[in-house]
Design a protein around this ligand. Structure first.
Ligand code: 5AD
Ligand code: SF4
Length: 440
């Protein structure tokens, strides 16, 4: 019988959330968490978004064999499981269970099947959501929690594998989300980050039968006593509704931070990516958000070296970056994903060209991030203390603008909201000085 488990999650925050739910599911079966090296069951919760993801999973599987020749029970979950399916168990016979992101509520059953010696596989995308079948959220105390509100994608950007691995856009129902948020707050959460591949496309009827968008959900969550902060990620420019923009100016709990991927600054490339927005429409959108929330910190995702990208196209990306001055950003080399339209496009870009462009882009983004942090020095703000710092007595919290802030204060505890003056900017964090401590 398997008694201990270990979940290793790769990739995005949604995978982190799924990993937590899998852990809760295993706990509900009476299992306890343990290290990877001695767990009876290891769940690899995989990511397929970029470079050689599947290869990494196979080498990770290989490393699970132990010195005495034994191996744990192995379940491969997540997007590689969805994309590769039965191939995984064929190529890596030590794998016992393969389960896709929409089927992991069936893990206990699949594990039982596999205990009989057979391989167990479920990569279905059932119409009925897995969420209803999962145990209620546990009450592991933690100040900041994720809540998946939306999954999947109908946008079909030509480079992206998500519509194939996570399936069509679905929104979780209103009542389930309010209940889960309340359970998280009861368990100690002061901040909730709403997650979805297209989180701002979320829509559902509320408890009075009115159609609501993400802004409506945010306003309702803001009314939950004890919930001090709300964030959401990741968004598509085309789903930034009037209402959501207005909420940034009106809901104090909604933090002044917006992750809004643009991918490229060249309209020609945006068209080839099937992004259905232009560089100008994106910049205009940012202006509208800034008009209601002037201190908003912006973040984005970029891909360099999309097929056909010329030096001129890339320059347009740099220009958009310089115009926006991101507080932080993620940038990637284009990676052809099997089965996506862009993988078959002519004019794939040479790796050296991608390397060089990525370096130039990251130099600009880093410079902007430093400038944003330096400009924050002198600000007074509240931080939510999340974890211990490197040195004794130090704690690290997040500013409203998602910067890491290090403080030392004898009375400070993880989970506290603390008012600080931002004193000094380092490359990845700021130093803060406590002004006063608020009752938790
Ligand atoms: N190659 C490189 N980056 C990609 N992303 C998505 N698909 C690819 C790909 N094929 C990036 C996008 C997206 C982020 C989550 O990952 O920038 O916003
Ligand atoms: Fe990776 Fe995307 Fe799947 Fe998240 S949703 S695990 S980023 S492929």
């Amino acid at each position: 019988m398997t008694k201990t488990y270990h979940v290793k999650s790769f990739g995005c925050q949604m995978n982190v959330y799924d990993g937590e739910r899998m852990a809760e599911l295993m706990e509900a079966q009476g299992m306890t968490a343990s290290d990877k090296a001695d767990a009876d069951l290891v769940i690899l919760n995989t990511c397929h978004i970029r470079e050689r993801a599947a290869e990494k999973v196979y080498s990770e599987i290989g490393r699970l064999r132990r010195e005495d020749g034994s191996k744990p029970m192995i379940a491969v979950a997540g997007c590689v499981a969805q994309a590769e399916g039965a191939e995984i168990a064929k190529r890596a016979p030590s794998v016992d269970v393969v389960v896709g992101p929409q089927a992991y509520h069936r893990l206990p059953e699949l594990l039982r099947e596999a205990q009989g010696g057979a391989k167990a596989l479920d990569t279905d995308m059932p119409a009925i959501s897995k969420f209803g079948a999962l145990p209620k959220r546990g009450t592991q105390p933690r100040p900041t929690a994720f809540l998946t509100v939306q999954e999947g994608c109908d946008k079909f950007c030509t480079y992206c594998v998500v519509p194939y691995t996570r399936g069509a856009e679905i929104s979780r129902p209103w009542g389930a989300l309010i209940d889960e948020a309340k359970a998280l707050v009861d368990g100690g959460a002061k901040e909730i980050t709403l997650l979805g591949q297209n989180v701002n496309a979320w829509e559902a009827e509320d408890d009075k039968g009115r159609q609501q968008g993400l802004d409506g959900l945010i306003r309702a969550l803001a009314d939950i006593p004890g919930l001090a902060r709300i964030r959401y990620t990741t968004s598509h420019p085309n789903d930034m509704s009037e209402g959501l923009i207005a909420a940034h100016g009106e809901v104090p709990e909604l933090m002044p931070f917006l992750h809004l991927p643009v991918q490229s600054g060249s309209d020609r490339i945006l068209k080839a990516m099937n992004r259905s927005h232009t560089s100008a429409s994106y910049l205009k959108l940012l202006d509208r958000v800034r008009a209601v929330r002037p201190d908003i910190a912006l973040s984005g995702d970029f891909i360099v070296g999309f097929p056909g990208e010329t030096e001129e196209d890339f320059e347009a990306t740099l220009e958009l970056v310089r115009a926006t001055r991101y507080a932080q950003a993620f940038s990637f080399k284009y990676s052809p994903r099997p089965g996506t339209p862009a993988a078959d496009m002519d004019d794939q870009i040479a790796p050296e060209v991608m390397d060089e462009r990525l370096q130039r882009l990251q130099a600009q983004l880093n410079q902007d991030q430093q400038a944003f942090n330096a400009a924050s020095v002198g600000r007074r703000c509240e931080i939510l203390l999340e974890r211990k710092g490197r040195h004794p007595g130090q704690l690290i919290g997040k500013s409203p603008w998602l910067q890491s802030v290090v403080v030392s204060h004898p009375d400070a505890a993880i989970g506290d909201l603390m008012t600080v003056d931002l004193k000094e900017a380092g490359p990845n964090s700021l130093a803060g000085e406590a002004v006063m401590r608020e009752a938790a």
